[in-house]
Design a protein around this ligand. Sequence first.
Ligand code: SF4
Length: 474
Amino acid sequence: MTGQNADCAPDSGPREECGIVGVYGSSNAADLAYLGLYALQHRGQESAGIVASDGRSIQSKKGLGLLSEAISPFELDDLPGHVAVGHVRYSTTGSGRVQNIQPLVIEYSGGIVAVAHNGNLTNARCLRQAYEARGSIFQTSTDSEVFVHLLADPQHANAQDPLRHALNAVKGAYALIILQADRLTAVRDPYGFRPLVLGRRADGYVVASESCALDLLEAELVREVEPGEIIRIGPEGLRSISLGRAPRHARCVFEYLYFARPDSVVFGEVVHNVRLRLGAALARTWPVEADSVIAIPDSGNSAALGYARESGIPFDIGFVRNHYVGRTFITPAEEKRVSSVKIKLNVIRDAVRGKRLVVVDDSIVRGTTCRERIANLRRAGAREIHLRISAPPITHPCYYGIDFQHADELIAASKSVEDIRDFLGVDSLGYQTIEGMVESVAGDGDGYCLACFAGDYPVMAEQGIGKHALESSR
Ligand code: SF4
């Protein structure tokens, strides 16, 4: 199977933001993978799965819901072995099927393989159509399944390095952990869209989407899996090879803004520190006289603190989050999202009544959730509300694994900032500038994906389908 058809439009199928973890060398690898998934639960709450191997046989447990609902700790006894891979998943509407739960496991001529994927492939539909035309049967509706078909394809399976050969056919965003008998393989796509880190324990290795999983597993953070790197871990130790270089790196800046936990190191920087800088940049760009700075928890907390420190306005707690409900942004149906707002965040009335508030949030996607929160602050007696947003306006869809796929879901794609301010019912609205965001992220700000803010799609443009994406978003 060769690469994609350049005429293919971006896939309109399920998009996912997921958490993945792999453990090698510990006698209780599945137990550790389970702990790692707990740390990564914020990256997906709709299903969870663990596959473990003792080098001879491979066993798996999967289920829908939060990790504790999907897999009972008592079931981990059924997952013996020193190699394990785990996955927590968020799926969009209609794709929460049991068959889609990862890691995906298949048996082919090369043995049994389990694949955990975070990201979204931009040519999955083309690859799938080509395989289906040749008679292949797909078990799931996820883009991730093309990986297992590629691996089983004799064209790749008979190559000197089957995985490397197969991955050359894939475009888009992927952080992968693959389990095979006595080995674990971690891969990051050449653009480096999604994060993946390597950790070391006394008895082996851990790879995970975020370093917060390593902390829980008492693994020392070694480094990022580099963009375009394949790390193979087996009885002979760890080996790194290059998958290939991309014209540029394109780390997803949304990991800093929203997805990653503040205690994680992502793309080489502590997320909390980046968010502090984002908040400080907002304070410099959009100063205002106010009595207190409050956050939309949790992802707005660090940026609100950054705003407060930079501006000298006291930080306060205005909302309290109920942590036992899923995240609204990643709940599939619109009606669910709106109705869950009140369940998830409650206003501390005394903290807001009669106050001029700076409210710091991470981003505005559709605006409906934000509007309801603002209305709740008004009902609680807030005198003035000055909304500050850590992200610039999101004007373009994401095709790399974050769930805003269509421009008509994005309020900033069709409304001016003044119209959005009016829609939200705030006294002033200040978005981060792209420059302010780039200055706040790790390194020199180079090598990040900014496509949802600027429309410059790193992969789409290269393949001639970015134009389609841009046109469809206007
Ligand atoms: S388009 Fe936006 S959300 Fe998607 S990968 Fe790029 S920065 Fe992340």
